[in-house]
Design a protein around this ligand. Structure first.
Ligand SMILES: [Zn+2]
Length: 251
């Protein structure tokens, strides 16, 4: 079997094909293929990306990417789960509810996947080097609301996608350790103002007078530090354990 990709006239024989059926009776074909890096012109040399829960990504060039909201779907899932708990086991109605829950989960997963793929593709196609900050996810999962957990999982998935696509487009991918004080320093003059309360969103540098947006300033520092590390070849990509806070398997 030959598969044709959207990028160029690349043709490859898949080494394996897997047929997947999900709990909503949808069928998917999954292929494993070898690819060569694709060379594309870039818009800029490098970009720093500050990831967060409130605004998903703030870029060093001033762009922002908001995550889709999962709150509505989250609420529906919770409601259905309560209903499921009350229903008799082995009943037809319970089965119906189970499938409804699976559908909602699929909806969430599809929305999320689409968003993450589009953003990571844009970032890796437009920039020669992508710098992210390693995330302190374990410390952030205190609030266990589903929509919040989804956002957290998305942050990690985004990193994985950026890394994979960087290889695909022949880009440099840098992941900084989270101990880097990217929010404590002025990105203009390097003045260190120290730790800031999370509530502080705007900062005016006492040294040079520049007014910064907190996340934008962090993104600029992330880019700077990342490119510096790149020259020192001190690229850190510490792997953190996957958290199993949410289970989306309803089958
Ligand atoms: Zn300054």
């Amino acid at each position: 079997m030959l598969i044709q990709f959207g990028l160029g006239n690349y043709k490859s024989e898949p080494s394996s094909v897997t047929l997947i059926k999900d709990c909503e009776d949808r069928y998917f074909l999954s292929f494993v293929v070898d690819i060569e890096p694709v060379s594309l012109d870039t818009k800029s040399q490098s970009i720093g990306i500050d990831l967060g829960i409130k605004t998903f990504a703030v870029m060093s060039n001033g762009e922002k990417a908001e995550s889709p909201s999962y709150k509505k779907l989250d609420r529906k899932v919770r409601k259905l789960q309560k209903k499921l708990a009350r229903q008799h086991k082995d009943s037809k109605r319970r089965d119906k509810t189970r499938i409804q829950i699976a559908k909602r989960h699929n909806q969430i997963a599809d929305t999320r996947r689409d968003f993450l793929h589009k953003l990571s593709t844009k970032m890796t196609r437009e920039n020669q080097a992508i710098v992210l900050e390693d995330l302190n996810v374990s410390g952030m999962v205190k609030n266990r609301k589903l929509s919040r957990v989804i956002s957290l999982l998305s942050l990690r998935e985004f990193r994985t996608l950026c890394k994979a696509k960087s290889a695909k487009y022949d880009r440099t991918f840098i992941c900084l350790s989270r101990w880097e004080p990217t929010s404590q320093v002025c990105s203009e003059c390097g003045f260190k103002w120290g730790k800031l309360d999370l509530k502080v969103r705007q900062i005016k540098c006492l040294n040079c007078g520049t007014e910064h947006d907190r996340d934008g300033n962090a993104a600029k520092n992330i880019e700077k530090v990342g490119i510096g590390h790149c020259h020192d070849s001190k690229c850190t990509s510490r792997r953190s354990k996957p958290t199993s806070v949410v289970s989306v398997n309803e089958a």
